[in-house]
Write a protein that binds this ligand. Structure first.
Ligand code: SAH
Length: 344
């Protein structure tokens, strides 16, 4: 049997594991503290455990690691990391700075299989899911590198978090555990292209997690054209899941909308968005599309602003997202993609 990735275990699973190797439950509290507060890299450093127990742990489990491959700083202060895991796979993590503190944008998969036509993360398909520990290490290492604690997290990096549902749920459980990093449960946002069955499951957990939906088009015809997931879950189905999520959690839903000039920014598009969102507690986050993945898709800030005006004129709560880190290709899997293709 392979060794257990001990950093991926929630406090409950760690307690079960510790008992399964014949140790008393309270040991798991000590081990959790070593792993998530003191962040040791080996069992040998767990000095309040007996030597015999440290050896036993080392035989049954391992502590995964992460290494920095690249670090880039934008003129606006945004810092982007290319991190590698033990098997050589790379992902990106971005640290952004706001008035209220540091926000870390983490990846949830190596690559992505959702196939959105404007997105650079999906161009070489999915390589594999990240484990809960690998997502955690993105946060821990970024905190160490920057020397600042993250105040909020967004699951908006490479990958579709709901396509890696169990590991993402365990990650959320561990990072918000009051005995560990103790991040406020309300300070995590998860962005999805709309895996409705998973949204429904998540709604039932009633977590105070902010859900962002990547909408990008308001009719099935248009959305299916740029986001293949729409062929599986129609916009109507997606809206049902959003309403259920709001009903169960009381959390306002955010809709992401990349403005693509001549594709999704007409008055009719604004009217259709209005039709979808009226009566809902929602917010639309606009961003001029980044042409990284598809040079036919472009938009200026002015075009995004003009579309924003169309939405606000109809009473829709819409804003343009600050585009941080443009000069370091901080958006959408570009750094990993460039590095992967350099190697080929
Ligand atoms: N898979 C998840 C999260 C990752 S992408 C999702 O689809 O939501 C994070 C956000 O960036 C999503 O809203 C995604 O649609 C958007 N995005 C991807 N490529 C983009 C591009 N070229 N320009 C603007 N936004 C983009």
């Amino acid at each position: 049997m392979g060794k257990i990735d001990i950093l991926s275990l929630t406090a409950d699973k760690l307690s079960e594991f510790v008992q399964s190797i014949g140790e008393p439950k309270f040991r798991s509290t000590q081990i959790f503290d070593w792993l998530h507060n003191k962040r040791v890299k080996s069992f040998d450093e767990m000095t309040n455990l007996s030597k015999a127990l440290r050896v036993k742990l080392d035989e049954a489990a391992f502590i995964p690691s992460i290494s920095v491959m690249k670090r880039q700083k934008s003129s606006d202060g945004t810092v982007k990391f290319l991190y590698a895991f033990a098997d050589g796979n790379c992902i990106e993590t971005v640290a952004m700075f706001y008035k209220h503190g540091m926000s870390v944008c983490v990846s949830s998969q190596v690559g992505c299989r959702m196939g959105c036509r404007f997105c650079a993360s999906t161009q070489n398909g999915l390589v594999r899911n990240l484990s809960a520990s690998e997502i955690l290490l993105e946060v821990y290492e970024t905190e160490r590198q920057i020397g600042e604690r993250a105040d909020s997290l967004v699951l908006m990096g490479i990958g579709e978090p709901l396509d890696n549902y169990c590991n993402v749920c365990d990650f959320y459980d561990i990072i918000t555990d009051s005995r560990g990093y103790a991040l406020s449960r309300r300070s995590v946002s998860l962005s999805t292209c709309g895996l409705c069955d998973r949204i429904d499951e998540l709604a039932e957990l009633k977590l105070p997690l902010t859900l962002s939906i990547s909408l990008h088009a308001a009719t099935d015809e248009k959305r299916s054209e740029i986001m293949p997931i729409n062929k599986r879950y129609s916009i109507e189905r997606l809206m049902d899941s959003c309403k259920k999520y709001f009903a169960e959690t009381g959390r306002r839903i955010s809709f992401e909308y990349a403005v693509i000039s001549g594709v999704n920014d007409s008055q009719q598009d604004a009217d259709e968005i209005y039709g979808l969102l009226k009566g809902m507690t929602a917010h639309v986050n606009l961003i001029p599309v980044n042409p990284a993945a598809n040079r036919n898709f472009t938009a200026t800030r002015e075009q995004a602003q003009s579309f924003c005006d169309k939405l606000t004129a109809k009473g829709i709560n819409a804003t343009i997202r600050r585009t941080l880190g443009n000069d370091i290709s901080a958006a959408c899997g570009q750094l990993r993609r460039d590095t992967v293709s350099e190697k080929q």
